[in-house]
Design a protein around this ligand. Structure first.
Ligand code: HEM
Length: 181
């Protein structure tokens, strides 16, 4: 994944667990560059091995860690120069979710090797929607929960989020039910 993501993981770990913890994680993961360049594409196994090493070193669950990182991502991208893009991507949470593909399409204009996720918003009742998450990658659904919680805080729209279906051969996408409370 792009350096922006790996750097985000580094900053998240340092902020939450301290620089020595990050040092131990990189030693455990092995072959980690000294610095990540945001606009450089790195092989996915590097990102997965950083997460794996963090899970072992910090004794936290992978889902818990990915969820917390997802929430951090909303604050992190805003401070990495994407505040404007976040601003124009929706005046409220639902509009923002409907614009997630165009947000990533904008990102792909500069990050030309981007393999972005893709989303579909399906009305599911008066106060809820189902968000379909399509991804070429495995295991990132917990991060989506955190991303949605981070967006809920950003828009000051309290929600409940639940993963109601996991991808399978019949339906190759995860589904998250978002309910406004
Ligand atoms: C301005 C804000 C954002 C930027 C700059 C951004 C950028 C990126 C980048 C660079 C990647 C890595 C893809 C790759 O290296 O191929 C990525 C992946 C991802 N993004 Fe975003 N993103 C933003 C906001 C969001 C939001 C708000 C969501 C969801 C609510 C989201 C969901 C994801 C997910 C789930 C992935 C994992 C990739 C996958 O499933 O294959 N992103 N994004």
């Amino acid at each position: 994944m792009y350096g922006l993501v790996n750097k985000g993981i580094e900053q998240f770990i340092v902020a939450r667990y301290g620089a020595p913890a990050w040092q131990r994680i990189t030693e455990r993961a092995g072959e980690v560059p000294e610095v990540f360049i945001s606009m450089e594409a790195y092989p996915d196994p590097l990102t997965y091995s950083l997460v794996g090493a963090a899970v072992e070193e910090l004794s936290v669950g992978a889902a818990e860690l990915l969820e917390a990182f997802g929430e951090y991502w909303i604050l992190y991208t805003a401070e990495q120069g994407y505040g404007g893009l976040l601003e124009v991507s929706g005046a409220n949470l639902e509009e923002f979710l409907r614009n997630l593909d165009s947000l990533h399409a904008r990102v792909a204009l500069t990050y030309t090797e981007l393999r972005p996720p893709s989303f579909k918003v399906v009305a599911a009742g008066e106060r809820c929607v189902d968000l379909h998450y399509h991804s070429g990658r495995e295991g990132l659904a917990p991060m989506m929960i955190g991303l949605l919680k981070g967006l809920s805080k950003r828009f000051d729209e309290p929600i409940e989020v639940e993963q109601t279906s996991a991808r399978s051969q019949d339906a190759p996408y995860d589904v998250f039910r978002v309910t406004w409370v």
